[in-house]
Design a protein around this ligand. Structure first.
Ligand code: AMP
Length: 216
C-alpha cells in the first residue's frame, strides 16, 4: 500500500528539500520537487522552461494549471504508484484542490509544516548555494562555499531567485498563497507541525514520528 502522498509545506529555505530527500530514501518513494523539475525544464530549453523562466527568476509562482499538469504526469509514473513525497506542491488552494482529484481515491496521507522563523530563512536563503546538476544544497556560511559538488562534481552556484528582491517576493507569495493551505489540511486532520529550526537529524526524527503517529 505504501505511504501514500506526503506533503511538506514551509517557507522557502525551511529545509524541505533536504528533509524530503531523506524521507523519500526512508520510505522508498520518489521525491517530487516541483522547483527542481521546473529548473531542469529551464536548463533543457524546453517549451515549459521557456514559459516559466522569467516568472521563476522574479520569485513569482507559475500558473496553477501548468504546474498541476507537470505533477499529474509525474504522479502517473510507475515509481509513484505507492506514494511520493511532494516538495513545493501544492502551493495554492487551487493546487491543493486539484491534488485531491489527482491523489484520489486514497488522497493525501499527511501534510507536514516545517516551521521556521522568517529571519532564519532569509539568512539561509542568502547563504544558499546549490549544485546545478544534482541540486544538492550547500551553504556559503561559513565562507567560502565549495566550488564543486561532493556528490557529482557539478558546479555549485547561487540560484537566480536567491537574490534579496526575489526572496522578498517569494516569502510574500508564501504568506499570501501557501499559508492558507495550513487550514485546508488542518480541518482534514492531516496537518502536523514540526519545528524546522532544530538540527537536521532531529527535524527528520520529528517528521518521522509525526508520520508514524498519523499512520497508527
Ligand atoms: P522552489 O525550488 O520550490 O523554491 O521553487 C522555485 C520556483 O519554481 C518558485 O518560486 C516558483 O516560481 C516555481 N514553482 C515551484 N513549484 C511551484 C508551484 N507548486 N506553484 C507555482 N510555482 C511553483
Amino acid at each position: 500500500m505504501g505511504v501514500g502522498l506526503i506533503i511538506l509545506i514551509g517557507k522557502q529555505g525551511a529545509g524541505k528539500g533536504t528533509q524530503c530527500a531523506r524521507l523519500a530514501a526512508r520510505y522508498g518513494v520518489p521525491h517530487i520537487a516541483t522547483g527542481d523539475m521546473l529548473r531542469a525544464a529551464v536548463r533543457s530549453g524546453s517549451e515549459l522552461g521557456g514559459k516559466v523562466a522569467a516568472l521563476m527568476d522574479a520569485g513569482h509562482l507559475v500558473p496553477d494549471e501548468l504546474i498541476t499538469a507537470v505533477v499529474a504526469d509525474r504522479l502517473r509514473e510507475a515509481d509513484a504508484a505507492h506514494g511520493a513525497i511532494l516538495d513545493g506542491y501544492p502551493r495554492t488552494l487551487a493546487q491543493a484542490e486539484a491534488l485531491e482529484e489527482l491523489a484520489s481515491p486514497r488522497g493525501v496521507t499527511a501534510a507536514i509544516l516545517l516551521d521556521v522563523p522568517t529571519e532564519t530563512v532569509v539568512k539561509r536563503l542568502s547563504a544558499r548555494r546549490v549544485c546545478e546538476d544534482c541540486q544538492t544544497v550547500y551553504s556559503a556560511d561559513p565562507w567560502p562555499p565549495p566550488a564543486t559538488c561532493s556528490n557529482c562534481g557539478g558546479r555549485v552556484v547561487q540560484r537566480a531567485d536567491d537574490t534579496p528582491a526575489a526572496i522578498t517576493e517569494r516569502l510574500r507569495a508564501y504568506e499570501q498563497e501557501t499559508a492558507p493551505l495550513l487550514d485546508f489540511y488542518r480541518v482534514k486532520g492531516l496537518l502536523a507541525i514540526v519545528d524546522g529550526s532544530e538540527e537536521l537529524d532531529e527535524v527528520t526524527r520529528r517528521i518521522v514520528a509525526a508520520l508514524d503517529a498519523a499512520r497508527a
